[in-house]
Design a protein around this ligand. Structure first.
Ligand SMILES: C[S@@+](CC[C@H](N)C(=O)[O-])C[C@H]1O[C@@H](n2cnc3c(N)ncnc32)[C@H](O)[C@@H]1O
Length: 139
C-alpha cells in the first residue's frame, strides 16, 4: 500500500507503507517507503514503481520496521492485524502523525476522519491522529 498526502516534514520521510502498491497513488507522494511481505507481490510492485524515484520499495514485515520517523503510516491489510497495527502505531508514531487504514477500522477506536474515495470498490479510508507519547489526542 502507498499514500502520503502532504504535510510531510522535511527532516523525515513521509511514512512507511505496508502492503503492495497495486492500484494506489504513488504520484501523490513526496517521499515514501513501501513495505510488502509477499515476494510475488513485492516483485510486481517493483515493476509498477520503477519510474517513481520518490518511493523506496522494500520487501519485509511491516511489524519489523521502525515507524517512529514517519508523519504518516498507511496500511491496507485485513481486519486481523488491525489491533497489532494500532499497538505499534501508538507505541512508535510521533505526536500529530496520522495512521491511515484502507478499508479496515481499528477495533475499539473511533477514527478521527473517514474518507470515501469514490472508486468502484467503494474504498473507505479510516484516519487516526496519533498523540503525544503514542496516545490518541483527546480533543
Ligand atoms: C489487502 S492487500 C493490499 C492490496 C494492495 N495494497 C492493493 O492496493 O490492492 C494486503 C497486502 O499486505 C501484505 N502484507 C500482509 N501482512 C504484511 C506484513 N506484515 N508486512 C508487509 N506486508 C504485509 C500482503 O502481502 C498483501 O499484499
Amino acid at each position: 500500500m502507498l499514500g502520503a498526502p502532504g504535510g510531510v516534514a522535511e527532516d523525515r520521510p513521509a511514512h512507511p507503507d505496508h502492503g503492495s502498491p497495486l492500484g494506489t497513488e504513488p504520484d501523490l507522494l513526496d517521499h515514501d517507503t513501501g513495505i510488502e511481505l509477499a515476494p510475488a507481490t513485492w516483485a510486481i510492485g517493483r515493476l509498477l514503481l520503477r519510474r517513481h524515484a520518490n518511493i523506496e520499495w522494500l520487501r519485509g514485515d511491516l511489524f519489523a520496521a521502525d515507524w517512529s520517523g514517519y508523519d504518516l503510516v498507511y496500511a491496507f491489510l485485513s481486519p486481523v492485524p488491525m489491533a497489532a497495527v494500532w499497538a505499534k502505531a501508538s507505541a512508535e508514531m510521533p505526536p500529530d502523525s496520522t495512521l491511515v487504514s484502507n478499508s479496515f477500522e481499528v477495533p475499539g477506536h473511533e477514527p478521527d476522519a473517514v474518507i470515501d474515495v469514490g472508486d468502484r470498490r467503494g474504498t473507505r479510508l479510516f484516519l487516526y491522529r496519533m498523540g503525544a507519547r503514542g496516545e490518541r489526542r483527546s480533543g
